[in-house]
Design a protein around this ligand. Structure first.
Ligand code: HEM
Length: 451
């Protein structure tokens, strides 16, 4: 799909002619439709102009995506593009750093999220999921999303923060929820746009919400320093406390706080939303749901894994990733100017008919037939910025879905599929995955896990 163009002087691919303000309004209201229309009109690479965010060059060409993910990270900055999160995450956050400082933090964090380690979290994930879904009333419509939020929040508090005592889980959970809710209110977003992240970070109103949460987090960090069983513990905070920078120094308490907050913000709403989409999709595809239930009952994992991958393909919770070009760079056969953001579109790439047969169909089988490709399936981004929690999130989705289908019969509450709406940075189902559940008489897969 690529064509060769002039690569001697920097230029932008074509895009809508509407003024920046109009383009921004449309992007905020209907991002998916805007990406699809632009692709139809201008091809695989097009330019959108978004207020405050500069110029975005979208691509859905796997070759160009590969160039972005394998390109020199010193020239492709992701941290800069996330600066709006500074007030909440803090200046040490791996999400906000670039270059050597980014790699240093990432290297400290990656071992804690290694795929194999996730098994150790299975019992906790199962226990939390079962407790929450057992509360669901049978026979009446309910929105799955709030429950999924509670599950993913508690799982992070227990497995990442390592907080297990019920009273502390509740206190910290309540405080974190308040802080997150406050920071994602639309009014705050507007304030951010006007004042900019650095000035917001200093403001009293933000501090009033974040300080009590920070105090609880620092309390946990201080207590963990002295924990006699630190070396035996498997929660992420305990592992980070034992990690060492290249010069042998430990992470400071501020670094630990910023990374814990980053893991919470990056991992909680994304995973909850992906689970809500899974229920939205499965309840509209009874054959897929029936096969999943049969395979889960039989103790099989392959279809469950394929279902998670298909949900993340067709309903990616994050639509694109961003890299800011530090220098002019040739991508997709065109020399792009410095300063623009190159945006591999997860949403568009995942829907290409030349990559996926019948791309709009929900068909987990496709991933049994062929594993996903690095540059054709990237719900977790790629390269040196690829989501640190990708294994964690997929493992958690599988554990929660397994419990859901083992314990409940589920159907969609209404026939019409749910539209995609934007919640802060994620694409979410408009009614949060509205379903009706009935309890199944038999098969408790967590009993199997416990056994
Ligand atoms: C379904 C759930 C999730 C999705 C769809 C998702 C998606 C993403 C995406 C698209 C990125 C940006 C990658 C890039 O720029 O190339 C990212 C980064 C990140 N994610 Fe996730 N994520 C999920 C869950 C999690 C979880 C559970 C955690 C941790 C507990 C986590 C931690 C992070 C971190 C720390 C980064 C920054 C990596 C860096 O800049 O080096 N995410 N995620």
């Amino acid at each position: 799909m690529r064509s060769c163009r002039d690569v001697s002087s920097p230029s932008l691919p074509p895009g809508p002619k509407a003024p920046r303000a109009l383009q921004t309004a449309r992007w905020i209201a209907r991002p998916a439709a805007m990406m699809e229309d632009s692709q139809r009109r201008f091809g695989d690479m097009f330019t959108l102009k978004i207020a405050n965010e500069g110029t975005w060059v979208f691509t859905s060409d796997p070759e160009a995506v590969k160039q972005v993910f394998t390109g020199d990270p010193r020239l492709l900055h992701a941290g800069e593009a996330n600066i709006v999160l500074l007030p909440v995450l803090g200046s040490h956050s791996v999400l906000l750093l670039d270059d050597a400082a980014h790699m240093a933090q990432r290297k400290l964090m990656l071992p804690s999220f290694h795929g194999e380690r996730m098994r150790g979290y299975e019992a906790t994930m199962t226990e939390v999921a079962v407790r929450e879904i057992e509360r669901w009333p049978a026979g009446e419509p309910l929105s799955a999303w709030p429950t999924m939020q509670s599950i993913t929040l508690e799982v992070i508090m227990r497995t990442v923060f390592g907080v297990t005592e019920t009273a502390r889980v509740e206190r910290l959970g309540h405080s974190l929820q308040e802080a997150l809710a406050w920071t994602t209110e639309p009014a705050r977003m507007a304030q951010l746009a006007v004042l900019g992240p650095r000035r917001i970070a200093e403001r009293g109103t933000l501090r009033a919400v974040l300080d009590p949460t920070d105090e609880l987090i620092y309390e946990e960090i201080r207590a963990r320093h002295d924990a006699p069983d630190l070396e035996e513990r498997d929660d992420v905070l305990s592992l980070l406390l034992q990690a060492r920078h290249d010069d042998g120094s430990p992470m400071s308490d501020e670094e630990l706080r910023d990374e814990l907050m980053t893991l919470l913000v990056a991992g909680h709403e994304t995973s909850a939303t992906a689970l809500a989409w899974a229920l939205e999709a499965l309840t509209r595809h009874p054959a897929a749901l029936a096969r999943l239930r049969d395979e889960v009952d039989a103790g099989e994992d392959a279809y469950l894994d394929a279902t998670v991958k298909e949900v993340l393909r067709l309903r990616p919770v994050i639509a694109l990733v961003l890299r800011r070009l530090v220098e002019p760079m040739e991508i997709g056969g065109r020399l792009l100017p410095a300063g623009v953001n190159i945006a591999p579109s997860i949403y568009l790439t995942h829907r290409r008919p030349d990559l996926y047969e019948n791309p709009r169909a929900f068909r987990p089988e496709r991933f049994l037939e062929k594993p996903p490709g690095t540059y054709t399936w990237f719900p977790f981004g790629g390269g040196v910025r690829r989501c640190i929690g990708a294994s964690f999130a997929q493992f958690e989705m599988k554990v929660v879905l397994r419990e859901l289908v083992a314990r409940l019969d589920m159907r969609a509450a209404r026939p019409r599929p749910e539209r995609r709406v934007r919640r802060a940075i994620v694409f979410a189902p408009e009614r949060g995955g509205e379903i009706v559940v009935e309890r199944r008489a038999r098969q408790r897969s967590s009993d199997r896990v416990a056994a």
